[in-house]
Design a protein around this ligand. Structure first.
Ligand code: HCR
Length: 368
């Protein structure tokens, strides 16, 4: 009951929730950016497709494939959704995927704001010339039985060979099962994937009952440029199997089957080689205490980090300086992306977080 009361009074700030020990996770939210590319083969697949329409479809397939990791992996690995650690400003999570066919895919994820919390990330594979950039924050509200979470921010996929962008909006979600102490995520509303080539996909989510009586369901529609015609309808479970219907031929076939794809684990440097601002090293003691549910140590170790951060902010205030983000900068978006967002009918953010790759590559952090 204390937990539910803390949810009800959280006023949109998820970091202020006091969760019981069995709901705590030893993983920081800055790590969640990795879920975008745990299937490197699907991430790079669009770069090999010459036809624009087929390419847009491959982007939708990759996106659908990321959802299982993003929204069900804690449930599957730990028995229920967990409350992640609240990243501190400047916290970094770095890693790479090394696969035989795709080569190296790099992840740089940084906490660029603490209040409100915002994580920015870049994921790129140079061999295939593909890059994903994005940032996200969360706004929460509590209704009688559910925690509702609206995601702020967006992701942008760029394919160098075709000089093509995909502007991706993030789904709204809610947490069910709170009263039973077994929280899990369900997606709602929709995602738009708008390509600079004009193709646009609209993905609508629903939980149990609405589309098919099954959990984690979606219905996606891929439209030709200017929404001139509906080309494909895809439906099914994002955590399971989905099928695609070609509008012209009215033929149906399997679109994606999550059971047939195994995630590739991200390779992260050993703790002793990480800088003190790298997520797993910084939270090492808290994570160990979460493992054995040692609530006192969790509290003591978390407080050390929080107090250190408070001291830093106090010093910055006294010196009249602002924390320098390491690899991302907040800029006015005047580039092609603004146009793509407008194509999708999405109000573009006035300022957006963008990756400064040059700075990253000249830093010791780039030695992964
Ligand atoms: C809502 C959530 C924190 C945010 C997590 C986000 C939205 C972060 C960005 C990722 O790309 C996608 C993503 C996936 C997660 O499902 C989502 C988390 C689910 C729970 C967590 C809450 C802060 C936890 C609240 C405490 C509980 C378990 C009631």
């Amino acid at each position: 009951m204390t937990f539910l009361r803390s949810l009800a009074s959280s006023k949109g700030d998820l970091s202020s929730i006091t969760a019981p020990p069995f709901i705590l996770s030893g993983t920081s939210l800055v790590e969640y950016s990795k879920f975008w590319a745990e299937l490197p083969d699907l991430f790079v697949a669009p770069t090999m497709i010459l036809d624009k329409e087929e390419r847009a479809l491959a982007v939708v397939r990759w996106f659908i494939a990321t959802l299982k990791g993003q929204y069900t992996s804690r449930n599957e690995a730990l028995g229920s959704e967990k409350k992640p650690l609240n990243p501190f400003l400047g916290e970094l999570f770095l890693g790479k995927w090394e696969t035989e066919l795709e080569g190296t895919t790099i992840l740089v994820s940084e906490q660029v704001s603490h209040h409100p919390p915002v994580t920015a990330y870049a994921i790129y594979n140079d061999a295939y010339g593909i890059e994903l950039q994005g940032y996200n924050g969360q706004k929460a509200s509590f209704s009688t039985t559910m925690l509702n979470v609206r995601q702020v921010g967006h992701a942008v996929l760029y394919i160098k060979k075709f000089d093509e962008y995909y502007y991706i909006t993030l789904p709204t979600l809610h947490i069910e099962g709170l009263f039973y102490g077994a929280p899990y995520v369900e997606l709602e509303q929709k995602t738009l994937i708008q390509s600079s080539s004009g193709y646009c996909a609209s993905i609508e989510y629903s939980g149990k009952g609405y589309f098919s009586g099954k959990k984690n369901t979606f219905k996606a529609k891929l439209y030709a440029p200017d929404q001139s015609s509906l080309l494909y309808t895809i439906s099914g479970q994002w955590s399971g199997k989905s099928t695609i219907m070609t509008e012209k031929k009215k033929s149906e076939s399997v679109f994606y089957d999550a059971m047939e794809h195994k995630v590739v684990p991200l390779v992260v440097k050993p703790l002793e080689q990480q800088a003190e601002y790298e997520s797993r090293r910084a939270w090492e003691k808290v994570a160990a205490a979460v493992q054995i549910m040692d609530y006192d140590t969790i509290h003591v170790e978390k407080s050390k980090i929080e107090n250190q951060q408070r001291e830093l902010r106090k010093k910055e205030k006294e010196e009249g300086v602002e924390w320098q983000r390491r690899y991302f900068e907040l800029i006015e978006d005047e580039g092609p992306l603004k146009d793509v967002a407008e194509l999708a009918g999405v109000e573009p953010d006035e300022k957006v977080w963008r990756f400064n790759r040059e700075v990253f590559e000249h830093s010791s952090d780039s030695k992964l």
